[in-house]
Design a protein around this ligand. Sequence first.
Ligand SMILES: [Zn+2]
Length: 123
Amino acid sequence: MASEVLCGRCGALLTNPNAPCPRCGSPASGSYYGPRVRPRKNPAVATALAIVPGLGHFYLGHNAKGLAYLLGIGGLQFFGFDLDLTVIGAAVGVPMELGGGGLWIFSIVDAYRTAKRMESGGV
Ligand SMILES: [Zn+2]
């Protein structure tokens, strides 16, 4: 399993994280592995997975949000739970007037937008 480690000073890709940076000479402490490299996520994959409520967000690592969508959408659409939508709405930041179907669509769009944001280096 190859892990990509970036130099904490200049951001160069380090092939050997235990050796000094070949570009700027920044010494490797062995304990500092630079800024956490965000796994790149494919927006198309996230969108496709989001067809299953919450799965797109699990894929993106947004587990709490994924769970909220899973409970909110899955509970409403498939299990008929009488969930407190305002609580879920607060968790995911969605106006709950949308209802289960609207929330489902929103979650798919949200998964896509989140993946695009992560792709461009945002959070
Ligand atoms: Zn460097």
